[in-house]
Structures are given as C-alpha cells and as structure tokens.
Design a protein around this ligand. Sequence first.
Ligand code: C5P
Length: 217
Amino acid sequence: VTKQDMAGRKVLITLGPTREAFDCVRFWSNPSSGTMGAAIAVAAWLRGAEVTAVCGPVNLWLPEGINRIDVTTAREMFDAASENFPSVDAACFTAAVADYRPANPQQDKFKKEQGGLNVEFKANPDILKTLGSQKTDRQFLIGFAAESSDIEGNCHKKLSAKNLDLIVGNDVTAEGCGFGKATNGVTVVDAKGRSESWPVLPKSEVGWRIWDWMLGL
Ligand code: C5P
C-alpha cells in the first residue's frame, strides 16, 4: 500500500489547454494533452490527498475519487481555480493557458474573404499570478514554465514574479519532453534557492517527485 503521506491535505491542479473562440466553430489553442497534470493529480490522490482537478478540453481519464471540473476557456479556468484555491493546502498549475483570446468572437461562422484575415486579441488573466498574489503563508504553490532557452534563469524570474514555492521548468525543444509525450525532462527550482535537473523520466514519476519535493520543504 502506498504511504498516505498526503492524507488530510487538499490540493488543486489545473491541467490541459484552454480554447478561445474566434466564432462558433473555430478556436485558438495549443497541443497540451494534460498528461503531466493528470500524473500530478493521480500521484497526490494515491498518496491520500483530496484532489480537485480543473481540466481544460482533454481526452483523459481520471479516477472517480478525484473531483474533476471541466472547463473550456481561460476565464472559466480562472473562475474554477479562484473558487477552489482559498480552501486548499497546495496547488499545482500545469495548464497551458492561452495567454490571449480573440477580442470579438462572432456568433456566426465567419465567411472566407479575399486576402488575409486580421484578428484582434485581448489578454487573458494570468491565473497563477493572480492566485499567487492571494496565497497565504500556509499554502504551497507550484507553477510550470515551458521554455525554449535559459530554463533556470527563466524559472528564477517566474518563481518570484508569481510568488511560487516551487517551479518546474521544461525545455520544450528537448528530446523526450513537451506536449503529449509520456516522458518529461525537468529542472525544479524552489523558493529556498535549491534547484535540481532530473533526467528524462516518465511523467508519472515526475509527478511523484514533485510532491516528494514539496513534502521535504
Ligand atoms: O508566464 P508563463 O505562461 O510561462 O507561466 C506558466 C505558468 O503559469 C504555468 O504554471 C501556467 O499554468 C500558469 N499560467 C496561468 N495562467 C495564464 C498563463 C500561465 O495559470 N494565463
């Protein structure tokens, strides 16, 4: 039996992409599969935590014991995460949130016209940053950073900009890492100044190790 070393803790995970509509049939999104976030959610659940997972549109299974909230847009994810955040002991934000949304989505399918197409975008809320600013001393907050260069430098910047306790950086251009893969190679940086790069590992193991790190802090 797995040690129930997260029993009595409530955790919140965001996972997957978000979709932002242009019109009734088209959207702006990214290829996030939610695999990393699901691994983190399942690891916490196996270790006895009470888990809420706010899921963007993903095709994945989660055990029934996990409280699953399905959302589509960044603003819906923001609302669900904001509502649940105050009552949790720890939160881990793995979602690949669309930073922008089309400013004027149309109800009707827009028609093809001659020439190109200009779409105006508006910024979406940064969910992690907003909730990081509301974090209390007893809460533990974990973020992710998908980078294509200077992983550790960018992790240090985001750790302080978003008021995190731990950040997990991954090089999206590296072999065995990135969207939809079963493995990930990450560098973890914590607010105590410790950092470590792990080899490419199954995402399930990365998820487990993230909670190990949190419990050790
Ligand atoms: O700033 P950047 O997008 O690189 O930060 C990534 C981290 O912030 C991830 O943990 C991601 O889930 C979170 N994030 C968020 N809301 C956004 C953008 C990113 O929660 N709008």
